[in-house]
Design a protein around this ligand. Structure first.
Ligand code: GDP
Length: 137
């Protein structure tokens, strides 16, 4: 069964909409294989987003991701990666389709409520970044 990684970012955690976002995953047929709330360190955020290290927004992205706790979840189901990306909506909430998580809960391209793996290969790497196999079931 396919797995993907979701992060509910500090803005959405601060808005107290964690349950509403997790409920959307379940309503779409995805199963929560594991979920945990954590405070990322600067080193965590820099390593997680290393692929973006050369981008002009990298510093802002890292600062934002450590500005408060996040909720990291492994979602499981058929086509889990693509289904989660559809639920999230476009990176820029101003361009996100109505009814998507980012349209409903995000404020800006920085504070955009959720992260979701963008390929099955990246999903596997991102899941291994946060979790040991025995924590996912
Ligand atoms: P995602 O897969 O939709 O989250 O988008 P990306 O992987 O392309 O970018 C990772 C994160 O970096 C996004 O979720 C945004 O928070 C941030 N980001 C991406 N592009 C920009 C940008 O042009 N400006 C700023 N400030 N942040 C950006």
């Amino acid at each position: 069964m396919e797995q993907t990684l979701s992060i509910i970012k500090p803005d959405a955690v601060a808005k107290n909409v964690v349950g509403q976002i997790l409920a959307r995953f379940e309503a779409a047929g995805l199963r929560i294989a594991t979920t945990t709330k954590m405070q990322l360190s600067q080193a965590d955020a820099e390593a997680f987003y290393a692929v973006h290290a050369a981008r002009p927004f990298f510093k802002d992205l890292v600062e934002f991701m450590i500005s408060g706790p996040v909720v990291v979840t492994v979602l499981e189901g058929e086509n889990a990666m693509a289904i989660n990306r559809d639920l999230m909506g476009a990176t820029n909430p101003a361009e996100a389709a109505p009814g998507t998580i980012r349209a409903d809960f995000a404020d800006s391209i920085d504070a955009n409520a959720v992260h979701g793996s963008d390929s099955v290969e990246n999903a596997s790497n991102e899941i291994n970044f946060f979790f040991a196999q025995r924590e996912i079931y």
